[in-house]
Design a protein around this ligand. Structure first.
Ligand code: CA
Length: 489
């Protein structure tokens, strides 16, 4: 069997609970679902550090953040190190990177290991984006998700058909500021999106870290986030504040009339609708464009011999726990979607509950490329899981670490372990000299969740004597994983 092409589509901040194939209650994604229907859905894929650039660096290197050098958004990726794309190129693959790179540009941070690259600088823009390639900057007119797809298809069209390819088609959407295109701007206009069960979470039963985080729908959105006109004297980057007395309070969409409210709860629900509809509109455009890519493979007659991967760099809070954003080790943020199709090898309509990590992607692709895997990579090829095998020695726990202490949304640095049933999180309360962190000490805290009895993670049982031995075992496991990951900080 010839080595497969690899089409690696990745979105930014697309949580699995906004995908039909994962049972979304809030939207439909028929094209992404085609990948799952014709291949496999991985039900427990997690990221090792739930934030954009760090997750991308893990994917490129197959190494944890403290090894690859990108622990925070403030760290620049050093492309002189060993990377999966360079190894794929060495193995004879033609390689391309189109879209969101977000690992810095210029110097040693520009993409390496690609025959072709054309990327957004930084976060990039949704509309008429500037893109960077070895030829320099160019502005494109149109919507970013369409443009990334167009450029990906253009590259596929001119490729050498006698050699396999690896194309990284990495979307900016649905990252904040959640700006939809005209085609999807009115989607959901006439309906309400169901509310998440924990929208009105009061954060009791958990750490101060959860209470103190500044990512609440109720209090931490900017006017810009929700496309609202700021009141006189305020700017679009000011925070929306809901007064106690709502008599004279209203919010005005940039595209509509001012809206008044009868209760605080009504305001929060309205803010949630503003947020989630734009997020889902951005997702709808990705889904359409995934369909275009899949159709292209069919037309080209290479769908059978192409491994198609759809994932996101991490999960996202979609109003869950009253939040937007990510960073925390809680499920909605930790969990990555991962659906994969490769008809020659992967049985259709299957799923796997084995634990997969972003750390595994590099080794997985090298495995399909029949390329040697360097000893210093820290993950494991997912190919046996994709084939439907049940390995007896698979991991049953994973190590997580978020390094950006209190910077951006005031989320404290933490590390933790997740097993099939439990999750232990330690907020260690220090910046430890890490870049893009605030040097402010906080009391150390622990949280322990029993995911079997508390899937929503509302009640830490860390102080419950009934869980004392579970907590002790998890602390041992956390230390074992930390050492195994070569994290000695
Ligand atoms: Ca992201």
């Amino acid at each position: 069997m010839a080595r497969p092409n690899i089409l690696f589509i990745m979105a930014d901040d697309h949580a699995s609970h906004a995908m039909g194939c994962y049972g979304s209650r809030i939207n439909e994604t028929p094209n992404i679902d085609r990948i799952a229907d014709q291949g496999i859905r991985i039900d427990n894929c997690f990221c090792t550090n739930s934030i954009c650039a760090p997750s991308r660096a893990v994917i490129l290197t197959g190494k944890h953040a403290h090894i690859n050098g990108v622990k925070t958004l403030g760290d620049r990726f050093d492309g002189r190190q060993q990377t999966m794309p360079k190894l794929m190129q060495d193995a004879g693959y033609q390689t391309a990177m189109v879209g969101k790179w977000h690992l810095g540009e210029g110097g040693n941070s520009s993409p390496t290991g690609f025959d072709y690259w054309n990327v957004l600088p930084g976060q990039g823009d949704y509309h008429n984006p500037v893109m960077l390639s070895p030829a320099g900057e160019q502005q494109y007119s149109g919507y970013v998700t369409d443009i990334i797809t167009d450029l990906s298809l253009d590259w596929l069209d001119q490729r050498d058909r006698n050699r396999p390819f690896m194309l990284m088609c990495h979307h900016k959407a649905p990252h904040r500021w959640w700006e939809p295109d005209d085609e999807h701007a009115s989607l959901y206009a006439a309906e309400d999106i169901p509310l998440p069960d924990t929208l009105f979470d009061d954060y009791s039963g958990r750490s101060q870290a959860a209470k103190e985080a500044k990512m609440r729908i109720e209090r931490d959105f900017m006017y810009r986030d929700l496309k609202l006109v700021p009141p006189a004297g305020a700017s679009i980057t000011d925070t929306i504040e809901i007064p106690d007395d709502l008599t004279d309070f209203s919010l005005r969409p940039v595209d509509g009339e001012p809206v008044g409210f009868g209760s605080r709860r009504e305001v929060v629900e309205w803010l949630y609708q503003r947020y989630i509809k734009d997020y889902l509109r951005c997702v709808a455009s990705i889904d359409d464009n995934v369909g275009r890519m899949l159709d292209y493979l069919e037309t080209e007659g290479c769908a059978e011999e192409t491994l198609v991967v759809y994932t996101s760099d991490q999960g996202f809070f979609l109003g869950d726990h009253g939040w937007y954003d990510k960073r925390f080790m809680y499920e909605e943020s930790l969990r990555m979607p991962l659906v994969v199709r490769y008809p020659q090898e992967i049985p259709s309509g299957t799923s796997s509950s084995y634990m997969a990590l972003n750390l595994d992607f590099a080794q997985t692709f090298l495995d399909y490329a029949e390329a040697p895997v360097p000893d210093d990579m820290q993950g494991r090829s997912l190919r046996p899981l994709f084939r439907g095998e049940s390995p007896t020695d698979w991991r049953t726990s994973m190590y997580y670490r978020y390094w950006m202490h209190l910077a951006h949304h005031y989320v404290g640095a933490h590390y933790g372990v997740r097993t099939e049933r439990y999750k232990l999180i330690h907020y260690y309360g220090e910046a430890l000299g890490t870049s893009d962190s605030i040097d402010e000490s906080k009391p150390a805290e622990w949280e322990l969740f029993d995911l079997k009895t508390d899937a929503a993670e509302l009640h830490s049982v860390y102080d419950d004597p009934a869980y004392a031995s579970v907590a002790a075992d998890l602390k041992d496991e956390l230390q074992r994983l930390k050492k195994e990951a070569l994290d000695f900080e």
